[in-house]
Design a protein around this ligand. Sequence first.
Ligand code: ZN
Length: 586
Amino acid sequence: MFKPFSALTALVLIAACAGETTPPVTENANSSEEAAPVPVYPLALPEATSVEITEEDLAVRIRTLADDAFEGRGPGSEAGEKAADWIAAEMERLGLQPGGEDGTWFQTVGMVDQTVDEAASGLTFSGGESDRDYPMVLKEDAVIWTKHQEETELSFSDSEVVFVGYGVVAPEYGWDDYAGLDVEGKTVVMLVNDPGFATEDPDLFKGKAMTYYGRWTYKFEEAARQGATAAIVVHETAPASYGWDVVANSWSGAQADLVRADGGAERALLEGWITVETARKLFAEGGLDFEDMKFAAKQTGFTPVDMGGLTASGEIQQTVSRATSRNVIGVLPGTEAPDEYMLFTAHWDHLGKKSEDRTGAPGQDFYRDDIFNGAVDNATGSAALLEIAEAMAAGEHPRSAIFVSVTLEESGLLGSAYYAENPTVPLSQVVAGINMDGMLPLGRSKNMVVIGYGASELEDRLAAVLETQDRIIEPDPNPQAGYFYRSDHVSFAKEGVPMLYADGGQDLLDGGVATGKAASEVYTVQRYHKPMDEYSTDWDLSGMVEDVTALYTVGRDIADSGDWPEWYDGNEFKAIREASLAEAQE
Ligand SMILES: [Zn+2]
């Protein structure tokens, strides 16, 4: 996930690492003569692959993309961008057509890296009942950053602090945490997740299942819309579904973002998280009780609460560097309705090479090297995307298929956000999409898990296909964690496109749920976002073949039909879709 997590995808494998490299070549024999082939050094394209979805085809692509030669596919890095070249060359070999800028395979994505100088930056609360100053110890009490990309020095002082509950404005739920308050110039403090999580009332928001309003990304976007000078989210492990260590790690070091047209000027000057312990102290200083305020925040009709005389002052010194990365886009034109598209997505980027110390705890040897190979995350999804393209290219389909291999997912879904804001085909002509991120080689399972289950008719189609495989669909086991919002499909969903994100389940044919669950935890602890996420010839890809076949079948059937699958009634993206289709009709 970008940052803390990427999706449920966190399932497992137990394997020794592989990583043998293949000799470099310069030319791929299968490409068409006219267009100059994309260079594929340092790794060759597969000698031959079949139009069927097979373990061998998946294995050769996963092994290649997870090879040390691509140095963990860091976006904007020389070795990382070579992985994008390789994917483009593979699309060319499979007979797709370039779908990027100016007839190329690529869409350039401008990015910035912002690094806060923690020694010269700070956030201090003052003016409370004890009239003491509370300078935040960064990483311990708080993490801070800015989305302003132009300035290297930013500061504000004596900004009034206001508690705005969950910081949500949701007209469809009749909810407005900013009701009646102008927060221009103020500092807003808010809770993570949404009132539905807090009350578990299925009629409030989506009950336990996190809505986009529960995501920290939404809260900072809304605080910016409201004009706040600083926006602070209180971290609590249960509603966030991760510990403070994840927050401290994720927001340390360089933070990537898209180059923003306004340089990020419309965002709050300072954004950050504070620990719940810090929050309790600050609320007390404001003459309030944190638990009482939490209780008030989940009540319908909540209105913002002034935190006594508490004020905030902040200063950020940062370095800003700029780079570019690329989305890779291939198209398979339809024969009858070529301007209607079935979309497939998967991110190619991962964490690259990291220079931070590798010591780790004694015995924890998964810090054996400094390359984050990203075999599961997301060489598997990228291999699945190419394998589906190959199967689709073996036949003709009335509608077009578009394959978008996005960059910068690990930095905040930036490549897909950029594509969704700058689509190479109108999104109103994209019938539906399927995203693949982190498919675990567990062997065959009796089920597939749909992240964000209960969203669209795509699930009915998947359920029907799984039935032919004698398998069943399983709802997201952790809806409160909001995994639906943590991979690239959400960038398209936010523009209205019905998106499916499903993965192999944990109910294994061999060993059942117990084995599946146990294997998941091992992966999450040992390999997820660590150098040990490496490919191994031990991998059992039989389950992945079934999962990819199911997703391919759902997509192919839509490309062969005239149907327009829809979001279910009440879904938060349905209105956006209806508006975008209506606009396209005008
Ligand atoms: Zn991923």
